[in-house]
Design a protein around this ligand. Structure first.
Ligand SMILES: Cc1cc2nc3c(=O)[nH]c(=O)nc-3n(C[C@H](O)[C@H](O)[C@H](O)COP(=O)(O)OP(=O)(O)OC[C@H]3O[C@@H](n4cnc5c(N)ncnc54)[C@H](O)[C@@H]3O)c2cc1C
Length: 383
């Protein structure tokens, strides 16, 4: 077993790290308005991403992308997460965000949805969560009832990122509520301007993200807008979410790495009671804990990414890495804040923002308890 990354990935890491250190960290408090990257910074960062060859990095070569493997993407996400210059959720700077769902469409639907997204002409959001169904999407109440060559959709979705700017949504709806997550959920492409689709409340969150509620009243969706077979929606979502969980893990590594760098540097220079904080064992142990847990998380994230890239079923590894890395990075941000004292609570430093973001990741895209629930099922089945 070789614990070193291949040289081309190390080279990629060095290049992206230089980009982050030189172009992003010095301006990281000015680049965003709320949770949106300001247009002037977006165009600068995107130009640099193109120079580095990471534009459309996740998009397969057949669709004009670079077709990088998951491990290469992990390296990029890990480095980007060392700064708060980029919004944590939503579109990045390596090209439009293309969810894997769109590659499952037939040719005509790809022309209408996938290619416009790739060209930056259309934006999509993903609508699964509901007021009464978050961690347990199998209990969702939004229904899609077949009526000839259409489905009729009724219900409410909640906390949908980017719904206000989206042209269409990737909607998960129940086609058979009795079956729930075992074949009762289907995925649809729905234009936001379809009659009966309406934006509801927009939520304010402690991270600055402002997700939306979407209301559906007798929305007629053509059958050909269903992705895959009826009832396959949950199966698809689980497959795609594996990559999302590794992505979470990678971002958590970057956050913890930056917190370790900030905390170590501050501990060396801050003198209390006649000695630098770095000389105190209480502080040294905090730094050691961040380091130890970061090393462990990195192994988990790289293992899950490597298995997924090799085409293996790595659901449990993806859950494990999401759980461990997101919890680890929150603790790292918290310890970093503690070491900084009062200055760590100010918005002059990136720590409080990383702390708020990491707190949210213990809930969103798979809450920690739900990750553990699935891991426990695996343990009880296999050990
Ligand atoms: C900023 C933001 C952006 C979001 N973006 C999107 C989006 O774009 N699209 C989308 O579809 N959704 C989105 N979400 C929704 C998000 O994924 C859900 O909030 C998340 O999945 C948790 O669901 P919930 O809020 O209903 O919590 P619940 O499912 O009600 O859980 C509440 C608590 O109970 C715990 N819990 C639940 N079940 C169990 C159990 N069996 N055993 C023990 N503990 C349990 C959970 O871990 C959690 O701590 C977003 C949310 C936020 C805040």
């Amino acid at each position: 077993m070789d614990f070193r990354l291949p040289e081309e990935l190390e080279m990629l890491r060095r290049q992206v790290r230089r980009f982050v250190d030189e172009d992003m960290i010095p301006v990281e408090r000015e680049t965003c308005e709320g949770e949106e990257l300001k247009p002037e910074w977006r165009s600068r960062f995107e130009a640099r991403a193109k120079d580095l060859g990471i534009w459309l990095m996740d998009v397969p070569e057949a669709y004009g992308g670079v077709g990088m493997g998951l491990m290469a993407s992990v390296v990029v996400w890990e480095e980007f997460a060392r700064t708060i210059a980029l919004p944590a959720r939503g579109a990045g700077i390596t090209g439009p965000h293309v969810r894997a769902i769109l590659y499952e469409l037939d040719d005509e639907m790809k022309q209408r949805y996938l290619f416009p997204v790739l060209r930056g002409e259309k934006k999509a959001c993903f609508a699964q969560t509901e007021p009464d169904a978050g961690s347990d999407p199998g209990s969702m109440r939004t229904t899609a009832v077949r009526d000839g060559d259409h489905y009729v959709v009724n219900g409410v979705k909640r906390f949908i990122t980017g719904a206000g700017k989206a042209d269409f949504m990737q909607l998960m709806a129940a086609t058979d509520r009795a079956k729930g997550s075992s074949g009762g959920i289907s995925c649809f492409i729905v234009d936001m301007d379809t009659p009966g689709v309406r934006l509801g409340a927009q939520y304010q969150t402690m991270m600055g993200d402002r997700p939306w509620e979407i209301i559906f009243e007798n929305v007629r969706v053509p059958v050909r807008h269903r992705v895959g077979a009826e009832g396959d929606g949950f199966k698809f979502a689980q497959k795609w979410l594996g990559v999302g969980r590794v992505n979470h893990g990678a971002r958590a590594l970057g956050v913890a790495q930056r917190c370790l760098e900030l905390a170590t540097s501050y501990a060396r220079q801050r003198v209390t009671f006649g000695k630098p904080l770095a000389d105190r064992q209480a502080i040294q142990f905090m730094l050691a804990d961040i380091h130890i847990n970061l090393e462990a998380a990195r192994l988990l994230v790289y293992k899950a990414a490597t298995l997924i890239e090799a085409g293996e079923d790595a659901r449990v590894e993806a859950f494990t890495c999401k759980y461990f890395a997101d919890e680890m990075a929150f603790k790292a941000a918290d310890a970093c804040m503690q070491i900084h004292g009062g200055i760590g609570l100010t918005t002059d430093l990136p720590i409080e923002k990383m702390w708020r973001q990491q707190r949210s990741y213990r809930i969103t895209e798979g809450a920690s308890e739900v990750m553990k629930m699935v891991i426990a099922r695996h343990v009880l089945r296999t050990v």
